[in-house]
Design a protein around this ligand. Structure first.
Ligand SMILES: [Zn+2]
Ligand SMILES: [Zn+2]
Length: 182
């Protein structure tokens, strides 16, 4: 399945065949097919190659396929105008912000391996990046008394941001800040 949706061609005003570098184009010139120049975009509902599981009315992906079937084609002003309009519109429509991929919230099991696979995997002990960095801050605080307060504040903030479970294995963060219960 193609992920591309054609969004523009010159069917209504096909480009003129290029006559060579010495010829001034004329409206009586032979015309190429309107497919000589096409734009296509990837609609918002495409999420991955060949997958479509997002709403259709979102912002298209920021990829514009420009197809040139003929090597040289001559556009008249109205053709350039409509091309310009199409490109401008596309720029406008893709200028907004697409919803960014958000990491799963702490405790979320969306990305966790299924139980039957997890039982086969020797999951390593887990310390979250937040807690790991917090500990580094605490270590640094000991050596840099002049920034001690700041470093300890940063550490506290980071411990608070721990995501608790490894999002792939579900292993719980082993940092001491979570208490002896673990
Ligand atoms: Zn911690
Ligand atoms: Zn932690």
């Amino acid at each position: 399945m193609s992920i591309w949706a054609s969004s523009f061609d010159l069917e209504d005003n096909p480009p003129y065949a290029y006559q060579g570098s010495h010829v001034l184009p004329d409206h009586d010139d032979r015309r190429d097919s309107g497919e000589a120049l096409q734009l296509a975009e990837v609609p918002s509902h495409i999420t991955r190659d060949g997958r479509d599981d997002q709403p259709e009315d979102g912002t298209p992906w920021p990829w514009l396929r420009l197809s040139l079937y003929a090597e040289d084609a001559v556009l008249d002003r109205p053709a350039v105008e409509s091309f310009h309009r199409a490109v401008g519109l596309w720029l406008e429509r893709t200028g907004g912000t697409r919803p960014e991929w958000a990491p799963p919230p702490p405790g979320d099991t969306r990305e966790q391996l299924p139980e039957r696979l997890l039982s086969l995997v020797d999951a390593p002990a887990y310390t979250s990046t937040a807690c790991e960095t917090a500990r580094e801050c605490e270590r640094a605080a000991d050596g840099h008394a002049e920034h001690g307060v700041e470093l300890r504040q940063a550490a506290e903030r980071l411990h608070g941001r721990c995501r608790i479970n490894n999002k792939f294995t579900g292993a719980l963060c082993g940092c001491a800040c979570h208490g002896e219960a673990r």
